[in-house]
Design a protein around this ligand. Structure first.
Ligand SMILES: [Zn+2]
Length: 216
């Protein structure tokens, strides 16, 4: 299957993408992953991307699309792909549409994970991460707490709240999402490819995506 997953930060895109790839052996593709992959592989495109990243600049859409084009043609994409957090803007969606036409690939579904804002805020502000960069185990003060001393159960390092997961930072990320990415919901609705899923249970979301795919 070929799917785009839309949803605010904290909507659970990563979890759902994992369930879908386990289900049918398609691959999960996120912009961050493919950029890091291209840099690591040392390809021409990767070297260009590295330049922008080292200067702390945004990687331009044209370069992201070039990297996406080569990524989508790798053999592991034959069984399908789940685009996780991409596209992020209308111009990226337009560019992706052209790219898929060029590669003669048809999207099966665009899924919008519609999770209420209070749920997202609660999910993200209660998250804690192991400060050991080699571990990075994720905790949750409510559902999966670290040790009583605030240490990682795996490696013993201090468990911290990430700077981008404070309430202030999350509110800002949600605003950016509403401004730049939420318009994509309407975009794909007009294309007739959108499936809106309002649930906070990943099992329920997975079930309704499978049902929507069967209806194709
Ligand atoms: Zn750890």
């Amino acid at each position: 299957m070929r799917i785009i997953l839309l949803g605010a930060p904290g909507a659970g895109k990563g979890t759902i993408a994992k369930m879908l790839t386990d289900y049918d052996r398609s691959v999960q593709i996120s912009t961050g992953d493919i950029l890091r992959g291209a840099v690591k592989a040392g390809t021409e495109l990767g070297k260009k991307a590295q330049g922008y990243m080292e200067r702390g600049e945004l990687v331009p859409d044209s370069l992201i699309m070039d990297i996406m084009e080569s990524r989508l043609q790798e053999p592991d994409c034959k069984k399908g792909f789940i685009l996780d957090g991409f596209p992020r803007t209308i111009p990226q969606a337009d560019a992706l549409k052209k790219l898929l036409q060029k590669l003669n690939l048809k999207l099966d579904l665009v899924v919008n994970l519609d999770v209420p804002r209070p749920v997202i805020l609660d999910r993200l502000t209660t998250r804690r991460t192991c400060s050991n960069s080699a571990c990075q185990e994720i905790y949750n003060v409510k559902s999966k707490p670290p040790t009583a001393e605030g240490k990682c159960k795996k490696c013993g390092s201090p468990v911290v709240q990430r700077a981008d997961e404070t309430e202030e930072a999350i509110t800002k990320r949600l605003e950016t999402y509403n401004e730049k990415t939420a318009p994509l919901i309407q975009y794909y609705q007009q294309e007739g490819a959108l499936k809106n899923v309002s649930s906070t249970s990943s099992d329920e979301i997975f079930t309704s995506i499978k049902a929507a795919l069967k209806g194709k």
